[in-house]
Design a protein around this ligand. Structure first.
Ligand code: CAA
Length: 253
């Protein structure tokens, strides 16, 4: 796919990986629909893309709400008149150990709130955006590409029962969709970032961060644009579909 003038949707575009993807794809001349919980929070990303992207617009939607996601994709297709790519990037963490048990006493366990909030945004949100994007792409008849942002954590990571379940789920959905949607000219892919220089990683306890940093064979955490680069590769290469690209400095959890 030549990205020039193509319409690409990025969820979770206010900051972090989503903002880096927007900046990179704007540099390739893509038209961008930037989505986050409220449109105002995307203003900085929109400003960073203006002048490079021929058309960049902000949208507010909760990806976990079916009603809002249906309306979002109707609005985007109505505004731009086409839909070529979607990056399902919006995601949250609510880390907690499954159980904490010491000296015969249960100290804590991952709550239903912690479990459900992460499932709703990271898994249901990707399902809903992928489904609505696929419907519009099939109707429009120009094919397209859907990319799910997974994580190195999909292999299993302490304190992330909820997050790991979603990140292995979205990687598997990318494979499923590649098989189901090829008949409509729709490709899919996933990117599994390692530990990247974002607010999400900055919020980890210092001890956990230091431990991880020391284990990365490339001896540093990654930069957001290095993940955006992998997203651009999947969008541009028409023979890539249904595969997960790992961008993690060779770290294995
Ligand atoms: N491996 C093994 N044991 C670990 C561990 C690890 N990675 N992390 C914590 N533990 C152990 C601790 O050593 C401690 O054991 P002791 O009681 O024997 O000392 C026990 O678990 C409890 O640890 P805490 O005191 O830290 O317990 P807590 O309830 O305050 O916090 C936690 C637990 C939420 C898991 C916290 O340690 C934490 O946030 N860890 C980091 C989790 C993580 O890696 N998150 C990734 C966020 S970034 C991201 O998700 C982006 C991405 O895609 C990669």
């Amino acid at each position: 796919m030549d990205l020039k003038d193509k319409v690409i949707v990025i969820t979770g575009a206010a900051r972090g990986l989503g903002a880096a993807m927007a900046r990179r794809l704007a540099g390739s001349g893509a038209r961008l629909a930037l989505v986050d919980l409220d449109a105002a929070s995307v203003a900085d990303t929109v400003a960073a893309c203006e002048g490079q992207s021929p058309d960049v617009r902000a949208y507010g939607a909760n990806v976990a709400s079916e009603e809002q996601v249906v309306a979002l994709f109707n609005d985007i297709v109505g505004d731009f008149g086409r839909l070529d790519g979607v990056v399902n990037n919006a995601g949250i963490t609510k880390d907690a150990l499954l159980i904490k048990y010491k000296d015969g006493e249960l100290l804590s366990k991952m709550s239903m709130d912690q479990w459900q909030a992460v499932i709703d945004v990271n898994l249901t949100g990707v399902f809903l955006c992928g489904r609505e994007a696929a419907e519009h792409m099939a109707k429009l008849g120009n094919g397209g590409c859907i990319i799910n942002i997974s994580s190195i954590s999909r292999a299993g990571n302490v304190g992330q029962s909820n997050y790991t379940a979603t990140k292995s789920g979205v990687a598997a959905m990318a494979v499923t969709w590649a098989k189901e949607l090829a008949r409509y000219g729709i490709r899919t892919g996933a990117v599994a970032p390692g530990f990247i220089n974002t607010e999400m990683v900055a919020a980890m306890p210092d001890s956990a961060k230091e431990k991880i940093a020391g284990q990365v064979p490339l001896r540093r955490i990654g930069e957001p644009d290095e993940i955006a680069h992998a997203v651009q590769f999947i969008l541009e290469n028409d023979y890539v579909s249904g595969r997960v690209i790992e961008v993690d400095g060779a770290l294995r959890l």
